[in-house]
Ligand binder design. Structure first.
Ligand code: NAI
Ligand code: MG
Length: 485
């Protein structure tokens, strides 16, 4: 199908070895615009043969100049790529809005975040180093940080640009080469990223992109014997499959699997400062965010006040097409819409939720869902335990600090948590007591800072991305002990 998006690359091709080429199968997959359910274009249905070709190209590139490049050289290419992304922010944002159904302002923020990751990692490339270690007389001992080699990146559809920035960006910085398998629901910005990387002068084969289905291209990549590291963001069940697929090859796996992240609002909190964070963290990208805050734990003394303020904001929320930039866009797919609806169907024992409204700008065919706020929800309820991945938040009352901690820690997940309180001692106590990879105090998400290590515990996954920490994950440490007498 000829696409109407006027893309500077062939959207139904793979990017392998520095060139755009057709997949080994002639099969294609349709990409839909979630705002209208209309086809946007077709993408390649990448196969095992395409993954083999991409991994082979990445291996050659790693054994070639990229594997021997200096940190300074890598930093310069990444800086150039970051600059190109900045110059294409608007085009990238529009592609993402059409592909993901993400409201334009949020898509612009993602494009800027991608540029920011490349700036950060470009600057970090020549500032990460090994150490010298004190040892026995007559020895000099030091460590070298070396790339793993060929890294596989299996990413979801919810934040393609941000996830490419944090995973591919960090992997390239350390001298790895990459094979990227974007999600079948949304991959235009991943393909555009490859084109911009080509234009920035990234050598052939250093970055390869193979779109396709998870069970086909994704599974082939995860289990590929020539892959030296796998990073995955997505569902818990697929995370387990990826880890199992990689296990026979004994390669490190980074898993980022979402969560049920709580915000704890105490009686002494600045409620008006908290309210926008409480809501935005639940409705951003229509709640399809790994670090979405889907549980709001509110102390009894301010419970009525907080619920009133949340309800007033919720009933003013407007849902509509991504390009028209409403508060909330559509969900990614009909399947996701059905999944979120199925959770609502299991909440008939709860008081009716306060809902936002779907505007008449929204096409009847789009995958829309009106945000829903449930109050007085028992901490063990399915809505308070499982990741919904839609704009649904539950409010849970609590009496004291210990009860709040028990509820907050009472799910299988542990990605992010936040504490709203003016009490310094409580802030410090809870930062230790809460089980999560990131804790925020009197904010949520800290603006998404690329500098801040991110990742989960429990079913939220393992390994850390973002910041310098990611550079340790995307490299391996060699210890050199020289005996010189
Ligand atoms: P998913 O986990 O199936 O898809 C994520 C990526 O994994 C995609 O690129 C997909 O093609 C790939 N994949 C799927 N099956 C695979 C397999 N067997 N081997 C290798 N790769 C495979 O997620 P999906 O189906 O899009 O969403 C389902 C649920 O997962 C959501 O409702 C949400 O709860 C969770 N999710 C969490 C995300 C996060 O940011 N942590 C992102 C996307 C989904
Ligand atoms: Mg799936």
């Amino acid at each position: 199908m000829k696409n109407a998006l006027s893309l500077p690359f062939a959207s139904d091709h793979c990017f392998i070895g520095g060139v755009w080429r057709e997949g080994a199968l002639s099969d294609r997959l349709p990409l839909l615009d979630p705002s209208t359910a209309q086809p946007l274009c077709e993408i390649a249905r990448g196969s095992t043969a395409d993954i083999d070709a991409a991994v082979a190209a990445a291996k050659v590139a790693h054994e070639g100049p990229w594997g021997r490049s200096t940190a300074l050289e890598r930093g310069r290419v990444l800086a150039k790529l970051g600059q190109l992304i900045l110059e294409h922010t608007e085009q990238l944002a529009r592609l993402e809005a059409c592909d993901v159904g993400k409201p334009l302002t949020q898509a612009r923020a993602d494009a800027l975040a991608l540029a920011r990751y490349l700036e950060f990692y470009a600057g970090a490339a020549d500032k990460i180093h090994g150490e010298t270690l004190p040892y026995l007389d007559g020895y000099t001992v030091y460590t070298l940080r070396e790339p793993h080699g060929v890294t596989g990146h299996i990413i979801p559809w919810n934040y393609p640009m941000q996830i490419i920035g944090r995973s591919v960006g960090a992997a390239l910085t350390m001298g790895n080469t990459c094979v990227l398998k974007p999600a079948e629901q949304a991959c235009l910005t991943a393909l555009m990223f490859a084109e911009l990387a080509r234009q920035a002068g990234l050598p052939d084969g250093v970055l390869n992109v193979v779109p396709g289905l998870g069970e086909e291209a994704g599974a082939a990549l995860a289990a590929h014997p020539q892959i030296n590291h796998i990073s995955f963001t997505g569902s818990v069940s697929v995370g387990a499959k990826i880890q199992a697929g990689a296990a026979p090859n004994i390669v490190p796996v980074t898993l980022e699997l979402g969560g049920k992240s709580p915000q704890l609002i105490f009686d002494d909190a600045d409620i008006d400062a908290a309210i926008p964070f409480l809501i935005n963290a639940g409705i951003q990208n229509a709640g399809q965010t790994c670090s979405a805050s889907s549980r709001l734990l509110v102390q009894r003394g301010v419970y009525v006040q907080v619920v009133e303020k949340l309800s007033a904001r919720y009933s003013a929320l407007r849902v509509g097409p991504a390009l028209e930039d409403f508060d909330v866009g559509p969900l990614i797919s009909q399947a996701q819409q059905a999944l979120v609806e199925s959770f609502i169907a299991q909440a008939s024992d709860l008081a009716a939720p306060v809902r936002g409204a779907i505007t008449d700008h929204a096409s009847n065919n789009g995958f829309y869902f009106a945000p829903a706020l449930y109050t007085d929800v028992p901490a063990g309820h399915i809505l308070a335990q499982q990741e919904i991945f839609g704009p649904v938040q539950v409010v849970i009352p609590f009496d004291d600090e210990q009860q709040a901690v028990d509820i907050a820690n009472g799910t299988d997940f542990g990605l992010v948590a936040s504490v709203w309180s003016a009490h310094g001692g409580r802030q410090m106590r809870l930062a230790k007591a809460l089980k999560a990879g990131q804790i925020f105090i009197n904010n949520y998400g800290a603006g998404g800072g690329v500098e801040l290590p991110f990742g989960g515990i429990g079913k939220s996954g393992h390994g850390r991305e973002k910041g310098f920490e990611a550079l340790y994950g995307f490299s391996t440490l060699k210890t050199v002990a020289a005996h010189h007498g």
